[in-house]
Structure formats: structure tokens, C-alpha cells
Design a protein around this ligand. Sequence first.
Ligand code: GDP
Ligand code: MG
Length: 370
Amino acid sequence: PEAITVAELANRMAERTADLVKALFKMGTPVTSNQVIDQDTAELMVSEFGHNIRRVSDSDVDIQAETDVDDDENQQPRAPVVTIMGHVDHGKTSLLDALRGTDVASGEAGGITQHIGAYMVTQKDGSKITFLDTPGHEAFSDMRARGADVTDIVVLVVAGDDGLRPQTIESIAHIKAANKPMIVAINKMDKPGSNAQKIREALLQYDVQVEDMGGETQDVEVSATAKTGLDTLIEKIQLQAELLELTANPDRDAEGVVIEATLDKGRGPVATVLVRRGTLKTGDIFVVGAESGKVRALVDDKGKQVKSAGPSVPVEILGLSGVPLSADPLSVVENEARAREVAAYRASVIQQKRTTTAPASLESMFSALR
Ligand code: GDP
Ligand code: MG
């Protein structure tokens, strides 16, 4: 039987445990925070607190071998992968644009960069940061729920003139449940009504304690439109990345994850893949989700053809048999026969899963909240 403790459920909903205990008591279920409640009760509480229950799609089969671990001596430093979250209109897209250095949203960029779902920025010192161009906790939790936990660091955007709002609070829940390091970007500091201190204080209520308040979470005041505080934000991301000591083996057959995929009129099926380890090269034979293929071309986030892409590098691949799903795992395999075999196997498992109506487990039910 599936079950969850009161404290864990409260954590996943970003609600106070005491409030959840109170609500359960009112319902005639007196429990303490460490006690376990059943799935029905948990489900009821989730809706009681106004959260959504989302069931995880079953369409994924991850055949990437978890036992296939790279030796320490093969590990090389890799760029951090950053996701931006926060309430609608608090400036996620504007901040991404500002960080990218070109304002794609307002149409002033003149088509220098192209949207491929993720991009990599290079700093003056040569260090790189990869940003996922799909802000919001939906994308974040969808990817995680489907086994594609690609984010290393989350930047939580809060508008300094607005404060914590429902999606801010939901984002905090996701970040905490996923156990990701967070950097708070207090945005719109160019606005006269902005008050960063008020935001820092409000965050305490959700157990986010920034350095100024005696905690360890980094925060930074920025303006996405006036382009202030961006260098500091980048520095803090780099600092956080250093602490994480992110590494991957670049010298092996590539493995990656689909960030987004589409059927392009001129080019056929195209997928943006974030390489997680190894190096993806033109000519490589691969399986991706239930599709397979041979890399015909690789295109980077600047629209330039490249010959290879290493860990943390987002790249568009051409040469797919069909359009994969986002979060599908990509693995390079030794030959085309093997690629077709694995793809066919995956397709059959997916088919099987779709025809079996297994009861949703509590684990999967709440993965959207993680
Ligand atoms: P998102 O919904 O979180 O992606 O927010 P957007 O980036 O679309 O921004 C919402 C609105 O806030 C837009 O009108 C932006 O121009 C504005 N905005 C974003 N960042 C700033 C900022 O730093 N200062 C000011 N004054 N406005 C901003
Ligand atoms: Mg936006």
C-alpha cells in the first residue's frame, strides 16, 4: 500500500506541517507529523489545500544503464544547467533574455539566436552556463517526473514590487522537494515600488532563508529590463556550481535528454538534446525514446552547424526516424540494427503500458509536486 508521512506531504505541498495536522484533525484523522497517512487521505488533503494532482505519463522507458558508471579519472568539469522559475509576469522570460544578452521577446534581436529550448552563455573568463529556455515549474517537474532530472541549479524570480505569489510558493515546493540549490533573483528593482527586504522577510515563512537573514540561500537584486545585477547573478550561479563540483565523462558514447522536439517542414524531425555525458558527433547512431536515427547534422543554439557536442551542451539533431517526446532519453549505440532493436523494444513497452491500467502510485501521483 502506498503511503506518505504528514511532514513529507506538507513539504511537497509547501504547506506548514502544523496546518496539515490541523486540517487532518478537523477531518477526524488525528495524527502527528511523522505518522503515515494513506493515499486517499493524502489525495484529499492535496485538493483541500488547493493543489493539483497530476498523474505521471507512463510513456517513458529509460533504458540508459544506471550501472554503467564512469570512473573518477574520466570525469571532467561540466557547465551547470540552470532552470528559471517563479510566478507569471515576475520576469522569467525577460531575465532569460537579459542573460542571453539579446532581447528575443521584444523582437529586437534580429534573429541572431534561435530558439532551441536551451542555450549556453559563455562568460568573459570562458566559463559556460546552460539555461533551459522553458521556465516554470511545470516543465521542471514534468522532466523530473519522467526521469529526466537535468537541472543543477534553480533561479527563483520574485518581482520586488509584487511579493510571493501562488506560483512562487509552488516553485519553492518543487525546488525543495527536488533538493535543488536555489538562488533568489529579486527582479524589477528599477521600479520605485520594489522592496527587496520585504521579499527576504516573506521568504522566511516558506523556510527560505537568504544570507542577509542568517541563512545560506543566495539572493541577488536584479532588473531584467534595466539590465542591472546580471553580473552578480552570473557570479552567484558560478559560485553555486563550483560547490556542486559538476562533472561528466566526455570521452564515451553520448547520452542525453530531449528538451523539445518538432517536425520541421524543411528539415524533418528535429530534436534539441541536452548532452549529459559523452560527446555526440555527426554520424553517431542513436536511440531516442521509441525513435532511432543517425546524426546527420548538429546545430547549436546560435544556429551554427557543429561537429560534436559534449556534456551540458544543448544541440539540435537532425537525422531522426520520427519526432521523440521531450524528456526522452537519447543513447548512442554501436550500430543501426541495435538502434532499431532498442527502439522497437521501447515502442512495444510503451504500447503495453498504455493498455495496462495500473493504479497510480502515490509516488507517481505526487511526482508533479516534487
Ligand atoms: P514571465 O511571465 O515571468 O516570463 O514575465 P515576463 O518576462 O514576460 O515579464 C512580465 C512583464 O514584466 C513584462 O511586461 C516585462 O517587460 C516586465 N518586466 C520584467 N522584468 C522587469 C524589470 O526588471 N523591470 C521592469 N520595470 N519590468 C520588468
Ligand atoms: Mg514568460
